[in-house]
Structures are given as C-alpha cells and as structure tokens.
Design a protein around this ligand. Structure first.
Ligand code: BJW
Ligand code: ZN
Length: 261
C-alpha cells in the first residue's frame, strides 16, 4: 500500500498491464514482435514503404482491443486516481500503451470528470485515433481498414489500395502512435512530473524502450521511492527500491488500495 502521506505519485505502465485483458505484449514469448518485424510495422520508414502492411497490423490490433476489457489492475489505478483527487494529492499515470484500457477503466470508475484532476499521459499515442499525414489533424477512429482477406470499409473513405484518406486534406491517414525514431508525446510534462514525484511505480514494462525505460532512473536520481511490478526483473533493477514479481492484475489492486466511500 502507498501511504497517504505521499502527495505526488507517478505510475508508468507498459504492455504487461494489459496482458490479463488478453492483449499481446511485444517481447514476451508469443508477443507481437515474434510475429512481426519491428522495422516492418513500427517505424515511419515502414509506413512509407508499405502502408498497407502497417494499416493491416494496426487494423487487427483495433479489432483485438475492441474485444478486450480493462482488468483489475486498470480498475485499481482508476479508483486510486479518484481517491487521490478527493484528497487533493497529485497522481499522474503515464502509459506507453495505445489500447485505451486506462481511459475505459476511468470511465467505468467515475462519470464525474471533476474527480479526475489526475493526469493520464499517453506517451506512445492512441490506437483509437488517426492522424492526417499532411496537416497532422487528429480524428477519433476505431475502424479496421483491413481484415485477413483484404480491405474492408471503415469510417473514412479509402484510396484504390484500401488506405484511409483524411477528410481535411484528402491525404493518407496514419495511426496516431509513436514509432521508433519519433519523439514520444508530452515529454516536457513527463520530465516535470517524474523529476518532482515522491513515489514512482513501473508496471508491466520490460525496460527495453527509451525514453520510457529511463524514467525510473530519473525518478530515483530525483529522490523518489521507486517500485516495480512485473513478471520478470528489468534492466533498470538497480534503480528499483521495491520489486513485486508477479501478475499486475493480482498485485496492483493490493498496492493501490483506494477508499471506496
Ligand atoms: C507482465 C504481465 C502481467 C507480462 N503482469 N507484468 C539505443 C539505446 C537507447 C535508445 C535507443 C537506441 N537506439 C534507438 C533508441 C531509441 C529507441 C529505443 O528505445 N530503442 C530500443 C529498442 C533500443 N526509442 C525511440 O525511438 C523512441 N523515440 C525516441 O527515442 O525519440 C528521441 C527523443 C526522445 C525523447 C526526447 C527527445 C528525443 C520512440 C519509441 C517508440 C516505441 N513504440 C512502440 C510502438 C508504439 C505503437 C504500438 O503499440 O504499436 O511502443 S514499440 C513497443 O515497445 C510499444 C511499447 O509501448 C514499447 C514498450 O514495450 P513494453 O510496454 O515494455 O512491452 P514489452 O512486451 O517489452 O514488456 C512487457 C513486460 O510486461 C515484460 O517484462 C513482461 O514480463 C511483463 N508482463 N505479462 C505484469 N500479467
Ligand atoms: Zn489534413
């Protein structure tokens, strides 16, 4: 349990927190990178080279997350955010995940937006948003544009290859996600939150992808107490004060115990 005297808490989540919702991680056995080469689907160059392959990959993932539900770990963090808001404490949730399960957990836990002063920072973007490649306008979009057999109709009109076109510029839309070589979103806010927190908790991330992987070290150097919930040790283990090995769905509700008044 995190004592209430801590006023400033930052949590960083990765794919492991959604594993018990049935969403594949990246680097575990049977993870996404076992079936797809990173450089084929998760770089700007891949999208330039073969946008159909990239849209097929993200279309299948959109179908997958539509079937998934937030698990006990997402819900515990959402309840804890409300608990902190009620007590005037700062709670920042930074996620590398694009699956929308934190947002859905928050919506399940409270419909009162005033209770959610806490911040949710989606540093690698959102699967449910598409971006115009010309002007960078964003559009809520959960459509799958391809299935296993080929192009399918989605929310936006498509070119002859089945690729979605933006309503603003009639140019290709791309998933609003951060690929290798691109700068993650809201980095200034992230740096500020992490360098001023009293407690930093990593959950379900392998610590392989920077800058997210470096945040626990940054927090430690800034004087925070650090914890890690994961199924395996991470490369940054020297920066971890409290290590909880196991499943997020079992451990996170114990660590983040909220008042349910
Ligand atoms: C459980 C569990 C359960 C399972 N309970 N636990 C050399 C050195 C250092 C850096 C670089 C370098 N060469 C290049 C770089 C930079 C590069 C990078 O880090 N590369 C490394 C691979 C070396 N980084 C970038 O390019 C980033 N941009 C950047 O650096 O810009 C420069 C810059 C930054 C800051 C300021 C100024 C400039 C961008 C990285 C973008 C990553 N994108 C992806 C795809 C996003 C869209 C999508 O989802 O498709 O993000 S890659 C993928 O990895 C995805 C994830 O968010 C990310 C992290 O994965 P995650 O979440 O850790 O998942 P896994 O599978 O790795 O781990 C899951 C863990 O959970 C495991 O440990 C399990 O054991 C555990 N687990 N079940 C608890 N039930
Ligand atoms: Zn546009």
């Amino acid at each position: 349990m995190i004592p209430d005297r801590f006023q400033n808490i930052v949590v960083m989540t990765g794919a492991g927190i959604s594993a018990e919702s049935g969403i594949s991680t990246f680097r575990d056995a049977d993870g996404l990178w076992e079936k797809h080469r990173v450089e084929d689907v998760a770089t700007p160059e891949a999208f330039e080279r073969d946008p159909v392959l990239v849209w097929r990959f993200y279309s299948l993932r959109r179908v997958g997350v539509a079937k998934a539900k937030p698990n006990a770990a997402h819900l515990a963090l959402a309840r804890y955010a409300v608990h902190c808001s009620k007590q005037g404490r700062s709670f920042t949730l930074i996620s590398q995940n694009i699956d929308g399960l934190h947002e859905r957990a928050q919506a399940e836990v409270t419909s009162d937006q005033k209770l959610l002063h806490s911040r949710l920072i989606l540093m690698h973007g959102s699967l449910g948003v598409s971006r115009c490649t010309q002007c960078e306008d964003l559009f809520a979009d959960t459509s799958a544009y391809f299935d296993e057999s080929g192009p399918v109709q989605g929310q936006f009109s498509c070119d002859s290859r089945g690729l979605p076109l933006s309503p603003c510029c009639n140019q290709l839309l791309r998933p609003h996600v951060i690929w290798f070589g691109e700068v993650p979103l809201q980095m200034d806010e992230i740096q500020d939150a992490v360098s001023s927190c009293e407690v930093f908790v990593n959950i379900g991330t392998s610590g392989n992808v920077y800058p997210a992987a470096g945040l626990i070290q940054l927090a430690k150097q800034a004087g925070a107490r650090t914890a890690c919930v994961n199924k395996e040790p991470i490369p940054q283990q020297l920066s971890v004060d409290d290590y909880f090995e196991g499943k997020a769905g079992e451990l996170v509700p114990k660590l983040f115990t909220a008042c349910r008044d």
